[in-house]
Design a protein. Structure first.
Length: 152
């Protein structure tokens, strides 16, 4: 799907606040409510807009300890990769998992309450998974930029 400038503006506005009404968006873009509604529905139907989410304050839900864990698999067979990815999907502490190039095979973004909880996660959940050769963890000291918006 080719996005025109209006589609891009709608997407940017929704990325900033997806709870905006069609009327609020129409006023900002000088278009009718119906035109905005139809464009948003088309963006959703085409899969450009995948879903709407609520972003939570990690401190308020006791998940403010952020760790990035690099994972190296024992081997790079299809069986090992499929098995590992299937198991990672079951771990609620892992918010994101990326298959990457370089020295490690995967990078996990993990939110837990504190260092004690991270150790417990590592010992009881992560390192018991099949086919993990090694792990390397780094911890967030402070957040500089964290955005869900993608410039288009």
């Amino acid at each position: 799907m080719r996005l025109d400038e209006i589609d891009k503006k709608i997407i940017l506005l929704l990325q900033k606040d997806s709870k905006q009404t069609n009327k609020q968006i129409s006023l900002q873009l000088n278009l009718s409510v119906t035109a905005i509604y139809e464009r948003i529905k088309k963006l959703e139907k085409e899969g450009v807009i995948k879903k709407y989410v609520a972003l939570v304050d990690n401190d308020k839900i006791k998940r403010s300890f952020l760790a990035f864990c690099h994972i190296k698999l024992e081997r790079h067979t299809k069986e090992y990769i499929v098995n590992f990815e299937k198991q990672i999907l079951q771990l609620e502490e892992v918010s994101e998992c990326f298959h990457v190039s370089g020295d490690y095979d995967y990078i996990l973004k993990i939110y837990v309450e504190d260092m004690k909880a991270y150790r417990e996660f590592m010992v009881n959940k992560l390192t018991v998974l099949k086919h993990i050769g090694s792990t390397h963890s780094v911890f967030s000291i402070g957040e500089v930029k964290n955005s869900s918006e993608i410039s288009i």
